[in-house]
Design a protein around this ligand. Structure first.
Ligand code: PLP
Length: 432
């Protein structure tokens, strides 16, 4: 885009000193065939680039910004914390306050440990599961993303799927040989894997609603089935709610579907845009963690005062009456509008949504139920749609295999503006 002069200069300089010019792969926008736009600042539902263009933000920092940008309650909470000191390496009341909120909100969590990212939460959770059960294998689902720790880079979603790479060099085979990956929504594959590995499986880890291969809904009864099979075989069930936590409901997918996992991983929203992750579960399991137990896990900046202030403030806003209803009302409006535009345009695509997270899969006619289905999407069509929307000032994820998020800050004007932009984008796609 010719009107992104400063941004493209920054990218040129970035590529010289940062691998690919970015600090997380999908940001490079490679799969949608354009250079990334740099962002200078954000307000409410808008992002601003250094060239003075604005964008309506549906990436929401890949999920965390459920309040939108610069929510006054967040700003004052973090400013207050900042003035009191940024890190002490000693316990603070804010950690207790955030832990209490998490225990109150997440039905299956009795005790929680704070970390600094979703990746740290999931890798610590499987260490805990292995330590607790004395078993070493884990089972995951194709296309689910659980951060970038070695054990999870097997048929992973998000950037791994976007770049079309099977795993990653640098991950020893001995490590991934302990990871089994099966298709989502596939009961017989789960039964078979559990049968073969019963005495070796420490945990099944899953996104209860996968959002890193695009948004995929669990089939009716599938989560119940996983819960039943894992319980029966003394395998721990880990819900990776890094995206769904506080998004689908105050208590995440476990509240939404009424399924209690043994361990839950949290991230993204829990830090409101500052680096926080967490993992929690039953006391009996969590007390295995050092120093109350032998499973080691630590962090210099864990429970950081700014991050916990941001987390507490975010959760406080989520608890206000009507929050989720209002979010859902906006998401309904957007999703229904998108569906209608897509149908009217005649372009084959399927919009999948739950609550305030959604994906439009291009080139699809039937519901997308697993990674294999998702991979059949028309990524060129998505890329064309993405570029059209960007040029209209709409900021979508630069990959078919991600979710769009609605935040509290999306106002009706912004939603209407988005639907108008989508209408012209669909029209232009039809004329290609
Ligand atoms: C983003 C994400 C992670 C990793 O979190 P980071 O903070 O990026 O390390 C893990 N699991 C899921 C489901 C995610 O969406």
């Amino acid at each position: 885009m010719s009107h992104n002069l400063l941004s493209s200069n920054f990218f040129t300089m970035a590529k010289d000193v940062i691998p690919g010019g970015v600090n997380s792969p999908v940001r490079a926008c490679m799969s949608v065939g354009c250079d990334p736009v740099f962002i200078e600042k954000a307000e409410e539902c808008y992002l601003y680039d250094p060239d003075g263009n604005s964008y309506i933000d549906y990436v929401c920092s890949w999920g965390p910004m459920i309040l939108g940008h610069g929510h006054p309650h967040m700003v004052s909470a973090v400013s207050e914390a900042l003035a009191q000191g940024t890190s002490f390496g000693a316990p603070t009341w804010r950690e207790v306050a955030l832990a209490n909120k998490i225990v109150d909100m997440l039905p299956s969590i009795e005790m929680v440990r704070l970390v600094n990212s979703g990746t740290e939460a999931t890798m610590s959770a499987i260490r805990l599961a292995r330590g607790y059960t004395g078993r070493k294998k884990i089972l995951k689902f194709d296309g689910c993303y659980h951060g970038h720790a070695d054990s999870f880079l097997v048929k992973a979603g998000s950037g791994v799927a976007t770049l079309g790479i099977p795993g990653s060099p640098g991950v020893p085979e001995e490590i991934v040989s302990n990871t089994i990956s099966i298709p989502f929504n596939n009961r017989s594959a789960l039964e078979k894997a559990i049968e073969q590995e019963t005495d070796q499986l420490a945990a099944v880890i899953m996104e209860p609603v996968p959002a890193n291969m695009g948004v995929i809904l669990p089939d009716e009864g599938f989560l119940e089935f996983v819960r039943e099979k894992t319980s029966k075989n003394n395998i721990l069930l880990i819900f990776d709610e890094v995206i769904t936590g506080f998004r689908l409901a105050p208590g995440g997918a476990q509240e939404y579907f009424g399924i209690m996992p043994d361990i839950t991983c949290l991230g993204k929203i829990i830090g409101g845009g500052l680096p926080v992750g967490a993992y929690g579960g039953k006391k009996e399991i969590m007390e295995q963690i050092a120093p109350s137990g032998p499973v080691y896990q630590a962090g210099t900046l864990s429970g950081n005062p700014l991050a916990t202030a941001a987390g507490i403030a975010t959760l406080e806003v989520l608890e206000r009456p009507g929050f989720y209803e209002s979010l859902k009302e906006k998401a309904d409006y957007l999703a229904e509008g998108m569906k209608k535009l897509a149908t009217d345009s005649g372009i084959p695509c399927v919009n999948q949504r739950i609550g305030s997270m959604m994906t439009t899969f291009f080139g699809q006619q039937e519901p997308v139920k697993n990674f294999q289905d998702a991979m059949k999407s028309d990524t060129d069509m998505y890329a064309a749609f993405y570029r059209n929307m960007l040029s209209e000032g709409i900021w979508l994820a630069p990959s078919q295999f991600e979710a769009a998020f609605v935040s509290l800050a999306h106002n009706w004007d912004a939603l209407d503006f988005t639907l108008d932009a989508a209408e012209s984008a669909f029209t232009r796609l039809k004329n290609i």
